[in-house]
Write a protein that binds this ligand. Structure first.
Ligand SMILES: [Zn+2]
Length: 254
């Protein structure tokens, strides 16, 4: 009888533990500290799909602010003019892999992040990562080494597989624009709380949003405060514990 109860309980609890394991993880990273300079921060910009935010990129060029751009194949294919501007400034911009079709790195039928369906199996995940990387290399002539998926959330199987494919996962520590949905004042406030070592995430694929305006004000203040911007191809990241703050969650700008 005891054995029967144990078996029934195990059968009931097993699906719960699998579900808990499959809960996607939002990866939070900061720059690995360097003793000689403690004022380094990184700006990362996602180019999911959508358009080219010319105001934002022109602001960065005018102010010589380096940034790491996570571009999908979709975005690169749709925005030849934006790509030509970025290619003319590869001294400022490091272009990295944001996937082929902008699909979250969660594996299994029915798996979704923020309503966006994930990958049906590991073969599709590999294709998303590798075809995204190939598109970046073909577009810029430089092979990417960092990967950030759509939504910046991952399941454990995907994290392992992306590592095996040879890519480092780029998290973030400050979500500046919530997928280019934040108002200008919100973006300014979030950037006002930046600390040395922070990795900012924002979006460059929605020119009609407040992102360019909010970032222009916020980034100008950071420059005046003496922060030095670095690109991810110049540094390494370390994972920091996830804040238990739902407001910090990313809403990825598709
Ligand atoms: Zn994205």
């Amino acid at each position: 009888m005891k054995l029967l109860i144990f078996i029934i309980l195990s059968m009931t609890l097993a699906p719960l533990s699998v579900a808990a394991e499959q809960h996607p993880i939002e990866i939070h990273d900061q720059l690995v500290p360097q003793s000689e300079s403690s004022n380094r921060i990184a700006l990362t910009l996602d180019a999911c799909s959508g358009k080219y935010d010319e105001d934002l990129i022109e602001f960065l060029i005018r102010n010589q602010i380096p940034a790491t751009i996570f571009a999908t194949k979709k975005w690169l294919d749709k925005n030849p003019f934006g790509l030509s501007v970025i290619k003319a400034h590869l001294d400022l911009f490091d272009v990295e892999d944001h996937g082929e079709k902008h699909i979250p790195a969660v594996i299994g039928r029915g798996m979704k992040v923020y309503g966006i369906p994930g990958e049906q199996d590991i073969i599709h995940l590999r294709r998303e990562v590798l075809e995204g990387a190939r598109a970046v290399e073909e577009a810029t002539g430089v092979a990417p080494h960092w990967y950030r998926d759509a939504t910046a959330e991952y399941d454990t199987q995907s994290i392992e597989e992306i590592g095996k494919l040879g890519y480092k996962i780029a998290g973030f520590s400050v979500n500046a624009d919530s997928g280019a949905t934040s108002k200008k004042i919100t973006i300014e406030k979030r950037l006002a709380h930046i600390k040395a070592g922070d990795v900012i995430i924002a979006h460059m694929n929605k020119p009609s949003s407040d992102s360019a305006e909010g970032l222009a004000v916020g980034l100008t203040c950071l420059l005046k405060a003496g922060f030095v911007f670095v690109r991810l191809d110049q540094v390494d990241l370390r994972e920091v514990p996830e804040k238990n703050d739902k407001k910090s969650k990313l809403r990825d700008g598709r």
